[in-house]
Design a protein around this ligand. Structure first.
Ligand code: GLV
Ligand code: MN
Ligand code: MN
Length: 411
């Protein structure tokens, strides 16, 4: 199979997985849903065809293992995630999983075993769509999921622990998903760039040097519902007006530093009728900055603003911390090797930071991580218009082959 044929097949698989969705007509795959299970089954089939043993761990991550020459050899891990945001594109996360499968397929076709195992992982939750907390799959593998996380609830009151159980996992055995770092040589995550830098530089791939840190919070505003015709403006405690002021304040903080980004991505108004003064609002905040200190300063500023706006408007505005993660530097040694693999493929090894979060952040607690970005059209992502080029995907797979080859040399 030529490099181009391999890339075409990978992209056809992305198309095939796009059919598995929680919602008709668009791609939405949250943790623990039948759609995620169906996507896992399709990927498990491709993993088996590529000569891998396949299993699911206690949280429901799908793991394919291509054994090495020797039993007990350490593993090199390649992967991404199969869950998605709401109304997603078809490559975010998925490309990394399928690129890992493509690398193993080529080894298998050549009947080649390596001095190390190649594992391909498809994380069951990276986006945090259902429980609003990210990296649930990779945190289980890294052993950093705590008891508290198991009690997070989704919008229907189902806890993460219950969802794990319903998904065929075992919340009581979550510890068993934790891997021993000694088992691994490292992790490489191939991923679409989700930004415009590679396109601007006319490069098919790039090497990530660091991943931004972020804070996620949920803010609730409780005012008083009332009759839209009878309660005078002076007497109102309108939760929506307070929340609206807050949203613009959040935007202001985001704009106060060119490297900062602040997003309110969810906003719910209750009871939600045109002739009822809003009594309650729930909104989410996603705040990111490449450096931790300015992000934490902005977070404190926003916490104070929530309290100030609440007090001034006579509503109860409450900040609920959901998650914070520090900015992550990719492993210098593995990243240099990845950059060398990019050069081997005739591409300038351009280094760039990631403004998006990735499973590599969670895995960096456990083992050396590196990330390979693949150019995506217009930098568009978290959007059904996500698009990548066959030729770029072919380069990315070749870079991964070269990286694996380089690791073989040093074994
Ligand atoms: C994941 O895509 C994130 O950056 O939130
Ligand atoms: Mn994403
Ligand atoms: Mn992703």
């Amino acid at each position: 199979m030529t490099d181009t044929e391999r890339a075409i097949r990978l992209m056809a698989r992305c198309d095939a997985l796009a059919v598995f969705s929680d919602e008709p007509g668009r791609i939405t795959r949250a943790y623990g849903t039948p759609a995620l299970r169906e996507a896992q089954e399709a990927v498990a089939g491709w993993m088996r065809e590529a000569g891998m043993d396949v299993r699911r761990d206690a949280v429901g991550n799908l793991i394919g293992r291509y054994e090495g020459e020797q039993p007990e050899a350490p593993a090199f891990l390649i992967g991404g995630h199969l869950d998605s945001v709401r109304d997603a594109g078809r490559y975010d996360g998925i490309l990394g999983v399928l690129a890992g499968v493509a690398v193993v397929e080529r080894l298998h076709a050549a009947e080649r075993r390596l001095p190390f195992v190649v594992e391909v992982v498809a994380f069951a939750d990276e986006e945090g769509l259902r429980f609003h907390s990210t990296y649930l799959g990779s945190r289980a593998l890294a052993g950093t999921l705590d008891e508290e996380t198991l009690s997070l609830t989704d919008d229907n009151g189902v806890t993460f622990g219950e969802a794990i159980q319903n998904f065929g996992g075992d919340p009581a055995a979550i510890e068993s998903a934790r891997r021993d770092p000694a088992e691994f040589l490292g992790f490489v995550e191939p991923h679409i760039e989700q930004g415009p830098n590679l396109e601007e530089r006319d490069l098919p791939v790039g090497v990530v040097d660091a991943i931004v840190g972020g804070s996620r919070a949920e803010i609730t505003v409780e005012g008083e519902a009332g009759h839209a015709g009878t309660v005078s403006m002076a007497r109102r405690r309108d939760a929506l007006c307070a929340a609206a002021e807050l949203v613009l304040a959040i935007e202001g903080v985001g704009r106060s530093d060119p490297a900062m980004v602040a997003t309110v991505g969810q906003f719910e108004v209750a009871p939600g009728a045109s002739n009822v003064i809003p009594g309650e609002v729930r909104l989410t905040l996603d705040l990111r900055h490449p450096a931790d200190e300015p992000r934490l300063r902005a977070e404190n500023q926003l916490r104070e603003l929530v309290a100030e706006i609440g007090a001034r408007r006579g509503v109860l505005a409450t900040w609920h911390e959901v998650q914070g993660y520090v900015s992550t530097r990719c492993d210098p040694g593995l990243t240099d090797r990845l950059a060398a693999a990019v050069s081997t493929c005739g591409v300038e090894p351009h280094r760039l930071p990631s403004g998006a979060g990735h499973d590599a952040v969670a895995l960096a607690d456990l083992l050396p991580v590196a990330m390979l970005f693949v150019r995506c059209a217009g930098g568009i992502s978290h959007n059904p218009a996500e698009s990548v080029d066959v030729a770029d995907v072919a380069v990315a797979c070749n870079v991964l082959d070269a990286l694996v080859g380089d690791l073989v040399q040093s074994c």
